[in-house]
Design a protein around this ligand. Structure first.
Ligand SMILES: [Ca+2]
Ligand SMILES: [Ca+2]
Length: 231
């Protein structure tokens, strides 16, 4: 199975920006901390955007996506400060909250104001993402915020997000940004973060470090483990 990372290699770039953001590999039941997605549009963009979170491989252990502080996207309630989803279209499960916790208990608070959105990977089918994923991955269900935008070239847009993994390898729950430019048939997908075994650093052999080398090889073998069924 190809790593999701390869989606970015040679892929058409989202929002006609000519740039992309780093993709974060989250270990089992880990979390990303707050991240800012920011792009300056090289070309104007008019179309539909979906930002959300999906289960992968099964429909259990729903991961979470926190969102806040949407800048320059022309949104009426860009930081959820109404205390609800006024002005937004939510598909699937989500709520507007003043705080949240990662699986390990790490607390999260809004990056702007008092409120933020918390989406759960359940409630709406994400089968529509499958054609945009590498073979072997299976998006099942999730939730996303959807909006139409009309952005002028040269505009810098941004939003804050945090992916809280509730699942573990080999279930690759993921956070995504999808866009469909008006007139196009196929949307473009960017994976913001997904669950996987973090890359194993290649150990530099030194005298007395053979044990470390062995551990590294063991880790690589683990990363190549085949997907197994959950019962
Ligand atoms: Ca899951
Ligand atoms: Ca806010």
């Amino acid at each position: 199975m190809k790593p999701l990372k390869q989606l970015l290699v040679g892929a058409a770039l989202i929002l006609a920006t000519g740039q992309s953001t780093a993709q974060i590999v989250v270990p089992s039941r880990g979390d990303t901390g707050w991240q800012t997605f920011q792009v300056t549009l090289a070309n104007p963009f008019s179309g539909t955007v979906r930002i959300g979170v999906s289960n992968e491989g099964d429909t259990m252990a729903d991961s979470h996506l926190l969102l806040d502080n949407f800048v320059n996207l022309g949104l009426a309630n860009p930081g959820f400060e109404t205390g609800d989803f006024t002005g937004w279209t939510l598909q699937g499960s989500g709520s507007v909250v003043t705080g949240a916790s990662a699986y390990n208990g790490t607390p999260y608070t809004p990056t702007e104001g008092t409120y933020m959105a918390r989406l759960f990977a359940r409630g709406a089918s994400t089968d529509w993402i499958d054609p945009l994923l590498p073979p072997g991955y299976d998006a099942t269900d999730g939730a996303w915020l959807e909006f139409d935008v009309n952005i002028a070239a040269g505009t810098t847009v941004s939003f804050d997000w945090a992916f809280l993994a509730w699942d573990y390898v080999p279930y690759h729950d993921f956070a995504f940004l999808w866009s469909l430019e008006t007139g196009n048939q196929t949307g473009e997908l960017e994976i913001l973060a997904y669950i996987d075994t973090p890359p194993v650093p290649v150990p530099v052999p030194e005298p007395g470090s053979l044990a470390l080398v062995s551990l590294g090889l063991f880790g690589l073998a683990g990363a190549g483990m085949r997907k197994r069924k959950r019962h």
